[in-house]
Ligand binder design. Sequence first.
Ligand SMILES: Cc1ncc(COP(=O)(O)O)c(C=O)c1O
Length: 437
Amino acid sequence: MLSNSLIELDRAHLIHPVSSYRSHEATGVRVLKSGKGATLTDVSGRQLLDGFAGLWCVNAGYGQDSIVEAAIRLAARLAELAPGDLNHVYFTLGGSDAVDSTIRFIRYYYHAKGRPQKDQFISVESGYHGSSTAGSGLTALPAFHTGFGVPYNWQHKIPSHYAYRNPVGAHPQAIIAASVAALRAKIAELGAERVAAFYVEPIQGSGGVLVPPPSWLKAMHAVCKEHDILFVADEVITGFGRVGPLFACEEDDVVPDLMTTAKGLTSGYVPMGAVLMSEGVYNTIADGAGKAAVGHGYTYSAHPVSAAVGLACLDLYENGLLENGRRAGHRLMQGLRALADHPLVGDVRGRGMLAAIELVTDKELKTPLPAEADAARRIFDRAWDNGLVIRAFAQGVLGYAPPLCCTDDDIDGIIERTKTTLDQTLEDKDVRAAMKG
Ligand SMILES: Cc1ncc(COP(=O)(O)O)c(C=O)c1O
């Protein structure tokens, strides 16, 4: 029997697809406990014939014991663990549809507020926010735009905080000032009354692991609050201990209005993402809809198998994995920083278990590796041959995001094999020629 407290948790934290949030709060959930063939049994023991196969999907009928509790418990635990008042959770199948869902929720939010003209979205160059039809336009990597007709004319960018090659130099205060000025200028250009939201990754992942200076996030958040703009933290990579705390924005003491997560939520074992919503955003949407359904939802929102895996992962994080990740992350960063003297290493950056080294043939001039010889691919293959899987970004940036369960030996192995790979690359004819030239 589903306990009353579980029904209360569901009311308080789990956003159901295509429903009136207020009606759901008033009536609670209708809970099915089990199913066999085409027959469902609800929590009171009443039997029902399923004339709709779930949501036109359970073609093979029912047979397994239901595990409906998992989604509710996961939503409640995420709400408890997430910063501030991010208390309402909408589950998706991954990161891209989490980002896409935020775009829809934000548009709905401003309609509910009677300000539909607030429909312009800003994100950051080199950012990645997935490859959905709308979300790919918030992404700022050329390959995700070319030939796809994005970004749309309501999607705008400001320059990245990328410290190593920043025109304002690498000083943290200069970078923060430049980003704040760029965001203010973009808001002024569009008109604050038209800007809906600003999207950031606390550390840019797919753009080459670009780490903003401490307090950068806080400064950007402050500009958004000043102009009544929603702040969205895309924690698809940085969430769940990748950079130390459970969520990266905790480091800068920032509570976003919406947060997107995926990946580490289920440790990649099954597909799942989640949008976390603040009380303010949730209540505006819920009031705006009243008794009508908020028309956003997927067949597999809050899939119980994914939710069960999510719960198991949260147990792991809380029972030592987060702590181990912190320790291992410290060792990883130390090990990589010790490679800074290597003739090919121009920059070492990262936080916790998310890092990159950027290779150059001239440290003074910051000359990238010779592009024509596909250095990144070659280094990836060579690392593989040396028994190391890394991510090679364009222009010789090597990315690291090892599992949080790494032992000291694992981390030392990663560093050692990186060094071997770099030493071998140093012997390549074209690299040597470029270094002499
Ligand atoms: C920051 C960020 N947002 C969104 C996504 C998209 O997630 P998914 O690949 O699960 O759709 C990714 C994927 O790498 C990501 O790094």
